[in-house]
Write a protein that binds this ligand. Structure first.
Ligand code: SF4
Length: 222
């Protein structure tokens, strides 16, 4: 895809979804520790589910030192609604211990250090860097970003790391901080996984996957 074409799509999405009060993040966090933990917990569940348990979790464990010393059973009980709670509890406790032992209790602010933490990959690290530290060196690729990047013709890749590299090549650095938010917003509202509403889509004239008939089933979750 031509950069100019991609930038036209970006401009339309930006105009549609970014407003003066847009926070560009769907998780309710107040500091780097909170967004790190919430992002780990958001795997395979909705942001709304994670936001619902946040108060209880951070009231009990307000920082990495508190969570590092937590009883795993108590943590599991609080985060159970987010699913996969055995693994997630182990990961957020282990990540907190690393933060205490290696980073003096502060969530690190580099990609290399972040992805060295248990349960943290590039997606989570990008979200923490972007929203907690204002460092925009990558794009968090989740299921919406993956689906829309392929449908919109940004890339044909399926691997999240390769999709991220394709996005970084296609868009100027000034766009990187918005891409995750824009593609998730559009993916939730219009370009849904099973029934994309192409007839209502502001990108239909630019999108190579646009369907003329909204009743037509999209054959794959591409
Ligand atoms: S035209 Fe259809 S497939 Fe393309 S972005 Fe819009 S809703 Fe998604």
């Amino acid at each position: 895809m031509q950069r100019e074409h991609a930038c036209d799509i970006f401009s339309l999405l930006y105009r549609e979804y970014v407003h003066d009060d847009s926070r560009l993040c769907f998780l309710d966090f107040e500091n780097p520790f909170e967004i790190l933990v919430l992002t780990i917990l958001s795997a395979q569940t909705t942001d709304a589910t994670v936001n619902r348990i946040r108060d209880r979790l951070f009231l009990r464990y307000p920082d990495a030192r508190a969570l590092a010393a937590a009883d795993v059973g108590e943590v599991e009980e609080i985060i159970r609604p987010t699913g996969f709670y055995h693994t997630k509890a182990r990961n957020i406790i282990a990540a907190s211990r690393c933060i205490v032992e290696r980073f003096d209790g502060r969530v690190p602010a580099t990609m290399t250090d972040l992805i060295s933490l248990p349960g943290v990959g590039r997606k989570t690290a990008n979200i923490v860097l972007n929203h907690a530290y204002g460092i925009h060196e990558g794009v968090a690729v989740d299921t919406h970003v993956k689906r829309l990047s392929r449908r919109l013709g940004f890339t044909g890749e399926t691997d999240p790391d390769r999709i991220e590299q394709a996005l970084l090549s296609l868009f100027p650095p000034s766009a990187w901080q918005y891409l995750n938010y824009l593609l998730i917003s559009h993916g939730r509202r219009i370009c849904t996984a099973r029934h994309p509403k192409c007839g209502e889509c502001i990108l239909s004239h630019l999108c190579p996957s646009a369907r003329r008939d909204d009743r037509e089933e999209m054959p794959t979750n591409r």
